[in-house]
Write a protein that binds this ligand. Structure first.
Ligand code: GLC
Ligand code: MG
Length: 530
């Protein structure tokens, strides 16, 4: 790789912003957010100061899993807009210096995809091998003990052709067979198609899932495995996490690096083991970024977060860029699961996210401290899990203003999911207030842009039950994760920003206060962050 390519790693130090398209902004008054709606808010995103946006799935889909059941990879979902809209979005974003990532779903397709329809038409069909088919076990039951994300068997019986097909998620999401070369060829084409249109990269859905065990061996009991690597009591050793998937990422990386600037591959790498997480980066020849789920699920404590950061940086290979995120459309919002709506904690969480070296990914609404919204069962739209754990709570419409529609859609239109408390939390109400979460977030992103580009080092200065202090590049961050006043565990230079509104004090941290200050010397380049 030449120097030139290195310089173009715009994502190092960047902030990405996940737009759950259906919930961001509805431009046509049908109650669903759409691509034109995002175009209407590009000025806002530029004002906020993010570097790029990742759009939840935009491809045609019957929406059994809201776009994660793709029925066509080379076009745009009619309900969200047209190809012209997407081109206009990419162009409009580009004019503001924003990159656009799409969501790519390579683990499975909708059973409504023409490939599956053909595959299901007969054992000799042209696309039969695109999917994972298997004969029943000797007792007539499913070929292995593998479980789907709904908790039942991952195998669905297909009576017309007398075999089971595999579905790691809903029965309407059939797993692709990555042992079939034609599947590789299809996806190479899909990547190039979108890269040619100016898409800056992909978030890759279920990146740990692609290859399955060739012999379909049973997954072993979870025992003491990290829960992230398990599913309903089984460790996903054979149904996912197979080493062959890395070959796919190496191929895709070569394609991504063919472009100027190189295209970005950001994996949804749902693993609990830091070694496995590091593996997705390969030798700087696989994914450039991999989501860090141990961080997202870490307890919101000084030690909890600090431990995960240290373990991540120790595990990642040279030149690998860590990724920090705390909310998404599956797990819900940081303002709830980390902060339980406490404004002080929300402010501190944003400060941490904005000051860790690497790439930070915010979820729409994080910047105003949007919390999860309890969606009553009759209004729920997510069928993957039972009503208790439906993911809708983290997918409710963006709260733009305090009007009845929240500024999400037209007045009088019922949004596809109910709005949260728009009166107390919305963009318009926070935008011009110095003391708002939004102003803090914007200030943090500005500071990050000015001071934490590229891959500055990270150095742990202090972590105990209440306090965390670290150096990030030239900055020193001190954070009090407790309800008590605390004296700063380290000396800092000039205070640049604090989560507290009152005049910050460089020696005393108020409850849940985080402070960013200058430090006397820059940190040595840290592990994983060179
Ligand atoms: C990923 C997506 C999730 C989806 C699943 C199946 O985990 O983030 O929303 O349900 O994959 O595609
Ligand atoms: Mg709409």
């Amino acid at each position: 790789m030449d120097e030139h390519v290195g310089e173009q790693r715009w994502w190092q130090g960047a902030v990405l912003y996940q737009v759950y398209v259906r919930s961001f902004r509805d431009s046509d008054g049908d109650g669903y957010g759409d691509l034109r709606g995002i175009i209407e808010r590009l000025d806002y995103l530029a004002w906020l100061g993010v570097d790029g946006i990742w759009l939840s799935p935009t491809m045609p889909s019957p929406d059994q899993d809201w776009g994660y059941d793709v029925s066509g990879y080379l076009s745009v979902h009619r309900g969200l807009g047209t190809m012209e809209d997407l081109d206009a979005l990419i162009a409009g974003a580009g004019a503001r210096g924003l990159r656009v990532l799409l969501d790519l779903v390579p683990n499975h397709t909708s059973t409504a995809h023409p490939w599956f329809i053909d595959a299901a038409s007969g054992r000799d069909s042209a696309h039969r091998r695109y999917y994972v088919w298997a004969d029943p076990a000797p007792d007539g039951g499913p070929p292995s003990n593998w479980l789907s994300a709904t908790g039942g068997s991952a195998w669905a019986w297909h009576e017309p052709t007398g075999q089971y097909y595999l579905h790691g998620f809903l029965p309407s999401q059939a797993d692709l067979n990555w042992r079939e070369p034609a599947v590789h060829a299809e996806f190479d084409k899909i990547l190039r198609f979108w890269f040619d249109r100016g898409v800056a990269g992909f978030r890759i859905d279920v990146a740990q899932g692609l290859y399955k065990d060739a012999e379909l061996r049973d997954d072993p009991p979870a025992q003491d495995a990290n829960w992230l690597d398990t599913r309903f009591g089984l460790r996903q050793v054979y149904s996912a996490n197979r080493p062959e998937s890395h070959g796919v990422f190496r191929d895709w990386r070569r394609i991504a690096d063919d472009y100027v600037p190189p295209r970005l591959l950001l994996g949804e790498t749902w693993v609990g083991d830091f070694g496995a997480l590091a593996g997705f980066y390969g030798h700087d020849d696989e994914l450039q970024l991999a989501f860090n789920f141990p961080f997202l699920f870490a307890p919101f404590t000084a030690r909890g977060l600090s431990d995960v950061v240290s373990q991540t940086l120790a595990a990642l290979p040279d030149r690998a860029c860590p990724v920090w995120t705390a909310s998404n459309h599956d797990v819900g919002r940081l303002a709830t699961h980390w902060c339980w709506g406490d404004q002080r904690k929300i402010r501190l969480a944003l400060l941490v996210l904005a000051t860790l070296p690497g790439t930070t990914v915010l979820y729409y609404g994080d910047e105003i401290g949007m919390t999860n919204v309890e969606v009553p069962p009759e209004l729920q739209r997510d069928t993957m899990r039972g009503p208790e754990s439906a993911r809708d709570r983290g997918r409710t419409p963006m709260q733009w203003d305090s009007s009845r529609s929240g500024g999400f859609t037209r007045d009088g239109v019922t949004p596809w999911l109910p709005l949260g408390d728009t009166a107390s939390c919305n963009v318009a109400g926070q935008r011009d207030h110095r003391s708002s979460v939004l102003s803090l977030c914007r200030g943090l992103l500005r500071l990050r842009r000015e001071q934490l580009g590229g891959l500055p080092g990270y150095e742990l200065l202090h972590a105990d039950d209440r306090l965390w202090a670290y150096r990030a590049g030239t900055l020193t961050v001190t954070a009090n994760f407790s309800d008590q006043l605390a004296s700063s565990p380290v000396q800092v230079g000039e205070v640049l920003l604090s989560t507290e509104l009152a005049q910050p004090d460089d020696q005393v941290l108020r409850p849940w206060e985080g402070v960013v200050a200058t430090s006397s010397g820059a940190a040595e380049a840290g592990p994983g962050c060179r």
